[in-house]
Each structure stands twice: as C-alpha cells, then as structure tokens.
Design a protein around this ligand. Structure first.
Ligand SMILES: NC(=O)c1ccc[n+]([C@@H]2O[C@H](COP(=O)([O-])OP(=O)(O)OC[C@H]3O[C@@H](n4cnc5c(N)ncnc54)[C@H](OP(=O)(O)O)[C@@H]3O)[C@@H](O)[C@H]2O)c1
Length: 235
C-alpha cells in the first residue's frame, strides 16, 4: 500500500491529483491549511486529512506526527503554491515588485516546500520506494523565459516565475543528495484554478496528468528532472 501526502489538496490541481491517486489505490492525505476545507475535500474523496500550513513549522511538525502515526509516507507531492496579483488582477512586474512581495511568494512556494520536505525526510527514508513531486511551472524555465515567442517570455510577473525557478533548483539539489528517492519537478500547464482566477486554458484533469504520473514513478524511473505531460523540459 502506497501512502501519499499532497499539500494544498483541498482544491484545484492538488484535489484532482488526490482524486486520481485514491482511484489508483493510494492511501492519500489531503494536506490543507484550513481544517474544515480539508475535511470536506477528504470526505468527498475517501481520503485522509491532515492540517498543514506549509509556512508554519509547528503545523508541519504536527502533520509529520499524524502521518507517522498513520503508518508512514511513500510519496510527497509539494503542490501548495500561491501567486500574488495587483488589485486590478494584473501580474506584479519588475517595476512594482518589492522584497515583501518576493518574501510572501517565496515563503509558500519555496521555503514552504523545503520546510515540508525537510520535515518529512525521515519518513520518506523509511519507505521502500520514496517519491517526491514538486509542482513547478512552465514559467520557471530560464530557457523559455529568455526565448521570445514563448509564454514564459511573455509573462510579465516577477516573483512567481522566480520562485518556481528556485523550486527547480531545490528539486535538483534534493535529487542529487538522495539518489534512492525519485524527486522531480513538474509543470502542469496553464490550468483553470483559483490561482489564476480561472483564466487557465486547461482543465484540472489535464493539469494533474503529469503530477499523477510522477507520483507513481517506479524506482527505475527518472529523478532530478523537470517534466510536463509531453516529456522533459529545458531548465
Ligand atoms: N493553475 C495553473 O495554471 C498552474 C500552472 C503551473 C503550476 N501551478 C502550480 O500548481 C500548484 C497548485 O495550484 P492550483 O493552480 O491548483 O491553485 P489553487 O486552486 O489556488 O490551489 C492552491 C492550493 O495551495 C494551498 N495553499 C496556499 N498556501 C498554502 C499554505 N501556506 N499552506 C498550505 N496550503 C496552501 C491552497 O489552500 P487554500 O484553499 O487554503 O488557499 C490550495 O489548496 C501550485 O504550486 C501552482 O503554482 C499551477
């Protein structure tokens, strides 16, 4: 039996990933910073729920205890993420971005991911086939962001792509440090969720595809990579 924790799984891509992994036979923990939203999501899916705010050490430590008491962890999906927008709904670009905006976005997308990964490492190391999936973004690709004509080049936002580029690097560093684990970054694609005020062009079913696939990767599968549903992406 494979036990999987998905952070930020009470809605959006995390919820859809949970639905699919429950269907695939995983025991799934819905990580949710709001207990009631998490409880409702878990109930709908026949999943377990653990309260988990990725920005809070005590919350993450308590979640480790809960998951450990439940029998341990095989798969960690670092999915929780935020984007900050201007009040008019536009991206906060280079002329407007402040250290405070950067700090808030990095606190969830990068430091939160490291906080959770670090805390769950002991449980993952006890698994026979540990897997970590870090939900990155196509906007993280330095190759694409420097290539006119791509959506990563055209996107005017600043903090979010920078945070996801950092997610890619920490993915690589973790993968090098833990060769016994499969640790990959994935790009779901532009998906209609609350994160982008439902402007995304894909459904959550399409977006979750690569997350679900990488969560089920075998011990002989890739590690230290960056993928979308079509295959490897340039860093
Ligand atoms: N949608 C896209 O087009 C797209 C594209 C590429 C990558 N991504 C990435 O996909 C992941 C999921 O995003 P989504 O599109 O599904 O957005 P979403 O519907 O807004 O879901 C984000 C999830 O993260 C949770 N979250 C936010 N801050 C948290 C915290 N401090 N602790 C725990 N959970 C927290 C949210 O919980 P609350 O309900 O409590 O706010 C929610 O469950 C993110 O990492 C995002 O960057 C999305």
């Amino acid at each position: 039996m494979t036990t999987t924790l998905i952070t930020g799984a009470n809605k959006g891509l995390g919820f859809e990933t949970a639905r699919r992994l429950v269907a695939a036979g995983h025991t799934v923990y819905i990580g949710s910073r709001d207990a009631e939203r998490g409880r409702r999501a878990a109930e709908r899916l026949g999943a377990r729920m653990v309260t988990l705010d990725v920005t809070d050490d005590a919350s993450v430590a308590a979640a480790v205890k809960t998951v450990e008491a439940g029998g341990g962890l095989d798969v960690l999906v670092n999915n929780a993420g935020i984007e900050e927008w201007r009040p008019d709904g536009e991206a906060i670009g280079a002329a407007e971005v402040t250290a405070d905006v950067m700090r808030r976005v990095f606190e969830t997308n990068v430091f939160g991911l490291v906080r959770v990964t670090h805390a769950f490492l002991p449980l993952l190391q006890r698994s026979a086939a540990p897997v970590v999936v870090n939900v990155s973004s196509g906007l993280a690709s330095l190759t694409h962001a420097s290539e006119p004509g791509t959506s990563a080049f055209a996107f005017p936002g600043f903090a979010y792509p920078a945070s996801k580029a950092a997610v890619n690097m920490v993915t690589l560093q973790y993968a090098k440090a833990f060769p016994g684990m499969r640790i990959n970054a994935v790009q779901p694609g532009y998906t209609a969720t609350d994160l982008n005020h439902h402007m995304g062009t894909q459904t959550v079913e399409q977006g979750a595809e690569i997350i679900v696939r990488m969560a089920q990767v075998g011990s002989d599968g890739p590690t230290g990579g960056y993928f979308d549903a079509e295959g490897p992406l340039p860093w």
